[in-house]
Design a protein around this ligand. Structure first.
Ligand code: PGA
Length: 253
């Protein structure tokens, strides 16, 4: 596991201002677990409000448009989410790829635009079940990342990769420890090839897909797993903090 595990909650399209109390509770409790880096990505409508509540945790966005501004009804730019208080943006999530037809090329453009706006990036990747069953999951993920990793020289410093097998998201199924380890090693090898040993070696690689307080410790103990991207279990402070505690304990053992 990484020196300081990174536990990121992705609220997806959940949350109105009534959920600010959960964000506050997560933030206050996170101050007791300084060995863990905790962050939340609320929906765009709540970024500013959660940012104002947060003293300890990082706040991010779940998407941004590749352009700087203009006639794009309903979209928000990287500069806009940064202005609202986001310090990072999740890009390439399978729900964006699947639900909005996002290609690797578009994701790469979004990454470059987000980096230009001063944001950090969590770049998601992951295969569907047919690809996993066909035995080509690693080739598929390496191809996804090769086509979307930014070419900018110092990008690695602001990059986190999240491996999220699509079939594990919101399903209660998690990938086996051996498969997670093999995938994370393949991703690490690509990062080292792209950014060099030092910088590519330091990029954190998260696991995501049905992570909860029962399985977090075990998953975080797998080599090259530097944290977790958490959907459903991040919606209440109680569930999310169970994962943070697990990560903190994993650091101590
Ligand atoms: P899940 O979602 O934890 O609900 O499976 C993870 C994600 O999509 O980031």
């Amino acid at each position: 596991m990484a020196e300081r595990p990174y536990i990121v909650g992705n609220w997806k399209m959940n949350g109105t201002r009534t959920m600010l109390s959960e964000a506050r509770a997560i933030d206050r409790a996170a101050q007791r677990y300084m060995k863990v880096e905790v962050a939340l990505a609320p929906p765009a409508t709540l970024i500013h409000a959660v940012h104002k509540e947060a003293e300890q945790i990082g706040i991010g966005a779940q998407d941004c448009h590749p352009g700087e501004f203009g006639a794009h009804t309903g979209d928000v730019s990287a500069a806009m989410v940064a202005d609202a208080g986001a310090k990072f943006v999740i890009l390439g999530h399978s729900e964006r790829r699947g639900g909005h037809g996002e290609s690797n090329a578009l994701i790469k453009q979004k990454i470059e635009s987000a980096l230009a706006a001063g944001l950090r990036i969590i770049l998601c990747c992951g295969e569907d079940l047919a690809t996993r069953d066909a035995g080509s999951a690693e080739d598929f993920v390496v191809e996804q990342l090769t086509a979307s990793l930014p070419d900018i020289a110092d990008a690695a410093e602001r990059l986190t990769v999240a491996y999220e097998p699509i079939w594990a998201i919101g399903t209660g199924r998690t990938a086996g420890a051996g498969d997670i380890a093999a995938m994370h090693e393949a991703i690490r090898a690509l990062l080292v090839k792209t950014y060099g040993k030092q910088q590519g070696g330091e990029v954190r690689i998260l696991y995501g897909g049905s992570v909860n307080s029962d399985n977090a410790r075990e998953i975080l103990a797998i080599g090259e797993v530097g944290g977790a991207l958490v959907g459903g279990a991040s919606l209440t402070a109680e569930n999310f903090l169970g994962i943070v505690v697990g990560a903190s304990e994993a650091m101590e053992s």
